[in-house]
Ligand binder design. Structure first.
Ligand code: AMP
Length: 384
C-alpha cells in the first residue's frame, strides 16, 4: 500500500476504476488540471473512454489488467461502488486507493451500510435484515405497516426494491424477490429528500457543499434544486451528519449522503455513495470547485477547494425518455436560447428509457426562475 511516485499534479496519474459518466467527468476535470487519467472500464460500456488519457478495456477480474492498471498510475479511485471487493483489495495492495476498500465495501451493500450507521449512532431508517421468508414474515409483522424491501447488494436508483403495504404474503414476496439477502425498511413519509456532498482530504480536513433538494421520476433523480428549500438549522444538521459519516469511514475523497427530511424537521440517512453523485452535478457550473475537481484534489492529496455556491441552480437530469428516438436527441435549441442553461452530455449514442444521457445546469438570479425554466424545458422535451 505504498508508492514512491510523486502524488502532486502535474506528475500524478490517477487511475479510475469504472468508466461511466462519473469517470468521464473526473477525467474532464483532470485534463483541465493537468492530471493524467487511466480509466479501467471493466469491459463495460464506458463514456469516460473518449476523454481519458489511457484506457484499460478489460474485466475487473483479469489479473493482467490489474497489473497493467497498477503499473501505470500513481493513485487510484473509483467512479462507482459495485466493484468486486477482491479487485479493490488487490489495487490497494499495489497503489494507494482512495476511498479505501473498507469504506467502499460498506457503501456497496445495504446490510453493511445500515449496520455501520447503527454502530455509529447516525440517524437512519428503521430496518430488519432478511435472508428467508421466515425473516420477512416476522419483520413484516413487527413493522405492521408499509415498508420497502431492498436487495442488500447492487441496489441503486430504485433497482431491486419493492414497496410493501404490509398486507402481502411474505412467502410469495420472498419467492419472487431475486436476492439472497435483503433489508426491509420502514416506509418514511418524508417531506423532502435532500443530499449533501462532503469531501475529506488526506489531512482529514472536511468540507461540505450546500444541501441539494432532490426530486425523483421513475425512482431516478429528476431535478436537484440548490440551495435546498429547508430551514437553516436543517442544513446545518445535514452537513454535520455528512461530516460524521465521512469521519467514521475515515474517508478520503468525495462522498454523497442522501437524507429523508421528515415533517418534524429531523433527518434520516437513506444512502451513502462513495464517489461523486448525481445530486452534485450542479457543482460543475454553480460552485467554486466542482465535485469532480474536489475528488481529484482529495485523492491526490492536494488542499480541498472552496465549496461556495455562486448562484442558485437547478440540475435537470436528461434521461433517455427525452430522446425523440434512440439516436435523435431532444431539440436543444430552447436550452441554448435560455443563455443560462448549461448542457452536459455523456457521449452515449443510444437514448432510451431511464438511461442517464446527460444533465443540464440551469442557473438563475433566483431559484424560482431556474426552477420555472427547468420545468419548461422538461415539459417541452417530454411532450414533444
Ligand atoms: P434508494 O435506491 O434506496 O435511494 O431508493 C430510491 C428512492 O425510493 C428514494 O430516493 C425514495 O424516493 C424512495 N424510497 C426508498 N426507500 C424509502 C423509504 N424507506 N421510505 C420512503 N421512500 C423510500
Amino acid at each position: 500500500m505504498a508508492s514512491s511516485r510523486p502524488l502532486h499534479a502535474p506528475h500524478c496519474i490517477v487511475g479510475v476504476i469504472g468508466g461511466g459518466q462519473l469517470g468521464r467527468m473526473i477525467a474532464l476535470a483532470a485534463r483541465r488540471m493537468g492530471v493524467r487519467t487511466v480509466i479501467w472500464t471493466g469491459g463495460l460500456e464506458a463514456p469516460a473512454v473518449e476523454v481519458a488519457d489511457e484506457v484499460i478495456d478489460l474485466p475487473f477480474d483479469d489479473p493482467a489488467a490489474l497489473k497493467d492498471f497498477c503499473s501505470r498510475i500513481t493513485v487510484a479511485t473509483v467512479e462507482f461502488e459495485n466493484i468486486p471487493r477482491e479487485t479493490l483489495e488487490a489495487v490497494a495492495q499495489c497503489t494507494p486507493l482512495h476511498p479505501s476498500p473498507a469504506a467502499i465495501s460498506i457503501c456497496q451493500n445495504r446490510e453493511r451500510e445500515k449496520n455501520f450507521l447503527k454502530t455509529h449512532g447516525i440517524p437512519h431508517t428503521g430496518f430488519a435484515l432478511i435472508s428467508s421468508a421466515a425473516d420477512l414474515a416476522s419483520a413484516m409483522e413487527e413493522l405492521a405497516g408499509p415498508g420497502v424491501l431492498k436487495t442488500a447488494d447492487f441496489g441503486y436508483d430504485g433497482k431491486g426494491q419493492i414497496k410493501l403495504d404490509g398486507g402481502e404474503n411474505p412467502v410469495e414476496i420472498w419467492a419472487s424477490f431475486d436476492a439472497p439477502r435483503a433489508v426491509l425498511e420502514a416506509w418514511v413519509p418524508f417531506e423532502k429528500e435532500i443530499s449533501v456532498m462532503v469531501a475529506r482530504g488526506a489531512d482529514g480536513v472536511t468540507v461540505t457543499y450546500d444541501p441539494a433538494e432532490n426530486r425523483h421520476r421513475h425512482h431516478i433523480l429528476d431535478v436537484s434544486i440548490v440551495p435546498a428549500r429547508i430551514a437553516p438549522n436543517v442544513a446545518t444538521q445535514a452537513a454535520a451528519i455528512a461530516r460524521r459519516v465521512a469521519e467514521a469511514l475515515d474517508y478520503q475523497g468525495i462522498l454523497g449522503v442522501e437524507f429523508f427530511l421528515k415533517p418534524d424537521g429531523s433527518l434520516l440517512v437513506n444512502e451513502i455513495a462513495p464517489r461523486p453523485h448525481n445530486s452534485g452535478h450542479h457543482t460543475l457550473d454553480a460552485c467554486v470547485t466542482s465535485q469532480f475537481e474536489q475528488q481529484l484534489r482529495a485523492v491526490i492529496g492536494l488542499p480541498l477547494g472552496s465549496t461556495r455556491l455562486l448562484t442558485p441552480v437547478v440540475m435537470l437530469n436528461l434521461l433517455g425518455d427525452f430522446w425523440q428516438d434512440e439516436t435523435t436527441p431532444p431539440d436543444w435549441l430552447p436550452l441554448f436560447q435560455d443563455g443560462e442553461a448549461i448542457l452536459h452530455l455523456y457521449g452515449k449514442r443510444h437514448g432510451r428509457g431511464r438511461r442517464k444521457m446527460g444533465h443540464a445546469n440551469i442557473l438563475g438570479s433566483s431559484l424560482e426562475s431556474a426552477l420555472t425554466r427547468a420545468e419548461a424545458l422538461k415539459t417541452l422535451w417530454l411532450n414533444r
